[in-house]
Design a protein around this ligand. Structure first.
Ligand code: A2P
Length: 316
């Protein structure tokens, strides 16, 4: 299994289990299956609404003693309604309580957008705080404090453009260690990839399989289905792998982490085996590179609120 190296010597297994959209009633079994199958990396977030159930799985698995907490990398994310500097530590405490943990391996600012405290999902512009009311560098400094206290081992961001990273780096000496963004062959984000490599910021790719289980409201008309894409299918056929494995292996091959979501036992195992199942040759890599068309499944339009200082969340 490929891994990503951090400055303090820590290593992150490239392929992790995503839990966005993993339903209550299913996610506990999925986590237990994944840990027992050898996953060392689990990606969570407060807003996914399933951290309590994930915490039950962690508690049960770790107390059995076979798998140790310290051998698993657990990520979670600060929700947009806790960006004010005094709200960051309490939000982490809630996540730790729900996950039944006493530290996280990685804590990320989930989105570069702030809601008023107590607003879970905004109904309109009135529910947002402007970047002046909730400066992102103050949120970041509160994250830095959590790292100093040892409550989180690493800190980073999610959904940050190069512009937003630049603005943050101008105001802090503590560089985010991770940026979690949407990445797959249809959205390769080469500029962001190179920028992060140059600054020493790791990337994690979400929606590597196209997140076909998103709610209908989040989908666009005529979305491409990467799992049915002819190039992906032919590369899969050539390596006797599945299309899902080709997509996951592409991310790992590129040196990023990747967090395919599944609650299905067979696919959980299949996904973990991806980078051992597919060894790309030059021709495969050329074909995959040519698939790039800057297509976003997660458009971010829901956070486009110019009157509150958020004209385009991805700055494009
Ligand atoms: P399931 O949970 O039933 O396995 P993403 O990670 O891009 O958000 O995509 C998640 C979606 O992809 C879910 O619908 C998930 O369904 C499905 N999925 C996960 N792994 C595979 C795979 N190896 N092949 C096909 N579909 C998969």
């Amino acid at each position: 299994m490929k891994s990503l190296n951090f400055a303090n010597g820590d290593q992150l297994a490239a392929i992790g289990l995503g839990t966005w959209k993993s339903k209550p009633g299913e996610v506990k079994k999925a986590i237990k299956t994944a840990l027992n199958a050898g996953y060392k990396h689990i990606d969570c977030a407060a807003i996914y609404g399933n951290e309590q159930e994930i915490g039950e799985a962690f508690n049960e698995v770790f107390s059995e003693g076979k798998i140790k907490r310290e051998d698993i990398w657990i990520t979670s994310k600060l929700w947009n309604n806790a960006h004010l500097k005094d709200d960051v530590a309490p939000a982490l405490e809630n996540t730790l309580k729900d996950l039944q943990l006493d530290y996280l391996d990685l804590y990320l600012i989930h989105w570069p957008v702030a809601f008023k405290p107590n607003v879970q999902m905004p109904d309109g512009p009135q529910d947002y705080l402007t970047p002046q009311e909730a400066p992102i560098h103050e949120t970041w400094e509160a994250m830095v404090e959590l790292k100093k206290q040892g409550k989180v081992k690493h800190i980073g961001v999610s959904n940050f453009s190069t512009k937003k990273l630049d603005e943050l780096l101008d105001k802090t000496s503590e560089i985010p260690e991770m940026n979690q963004v949407e990445l797959h062959p249809l959205l390769q984000q080469n500029d962001l990839f190179e920028y992060c490599a140059e600054k020493g910021i790791h990337l994690t790719g979400y929606s590597p399989l196209g997140s076909g289980d998103r709610s209908e409201g989040m989908k666009q008309e005529d979305e491409p289905n990467m799992l049915e894409n002819d190039t992906i299918k032919s590369i899969a056929h050539k390596h006797q792998a599945t299309p899902g494995q080709v997509l996951i292996a592409w991310s790992a091959h590129r040196g990023t982490a990747v967090i395919p979501k599944s609650t299905n036992e067979g696919r959980i195992k299949e996904n973990l085996a991806a980078s051992d199942a597919v060894f790309f040759d030059k021709e495969d890599l050329k074909k995959l590179a040519e698939m790039d068309r800057h297509y976003r499944y997660v458009t971010g339009k829901f956070y486009q609120v110019p009157e509150k200082g958020y004209p385009n969340i991805y700055d494009e």
